[in-house]
Design a binder for this molecule. Sequence first.
Ligand code: NAD
Length: 271
Amino acid sequence: MTHSLIQASTTLSLKGKNAFITGAASGLGKRIAELYADAGANIVIADLKLQDAQATADAIAKKGVKTLAVAMDVSSEQAVDEGFAQAQKSLGAVDILVSNAGIQIVAPIEEFSFASWKKLLAVHLDGGFLTSRAAVRQMIASGRGGAIIFMGSVHSKEASRLKAPYVTAKHGLEGLAKVIAKEGAAHNIRSNVICPGFVRTPLVEKQIPEQAKELGISEADVIKTVMLKDTVDGEFTTVDDVAQAALTFAAWPSNALTGQSLVVSHGWFMQ
Ligand code: NAD
């Protein structure tokens, strides 16, 4: 049974801040966008398809904040730079980036195609670089600084079978976050990573049958013996758990909290 866990809440304020969230039409990004809006931030929803981004932006606009939907493939330099320019024109400089867009591809390394390897690294690593570079440029130019948040994973810390490029990319994001923490300090730019355990978003729902097939076990066993095996209580992490961590990183007012990663995983990984 899944216990009701955290009800993400907004005692922290983001009033008047502009938050740019990638992959925000679904899953974790969407819930972070909702919570940031509840905390008073204006929201840019960036995702692959404009219609998906627009639907989320329209729903969030009902909370009384400004929203903008942007169609963007985060692995395209042109699309990222144009999307950030559009956001700046519409809302002003970005104060918070959540670099969250991601995909998963599972296969044993001996069967992994080079094309799949490159595709996954492009979304996670090129996307992390391109979006954080664009955000940092606006944060320096505005003189306000800001918060960069990367969506890492327990796979930023641990390996799992079948996930060579994902584990590689999520480890890499920790390095990028630390460099930006050092370079950004003089501009009041903080940079951190959230490392969730398994959350039942579309990305994970898709993996359950895929892993069952690859490992030759039932879907129930994928959940029990692969995904939640090392948690302290056999529970999934929730979108609210992760959104609450994202709000804390966004609202933290000083460089005291920078260059860090926070693992939100029911104890799957302990620092
Ligand atoms: P999701 O599939 O629900 O959402 C991912 C979103 O990213 C989708 O809306 C998708 O359209 C978008 N996207 C994919 N490729 C893109 C691209 N090239 N450019 C722009 N947008 C793109 O998945 P989620 O679980 O919410 O995943 C969000 C992030 O969280 C990912 O980085 C993922 O690796 C990470 N994460 C997820 C889990 C989990 O268990 N769900 C755990 C740890 C980390």
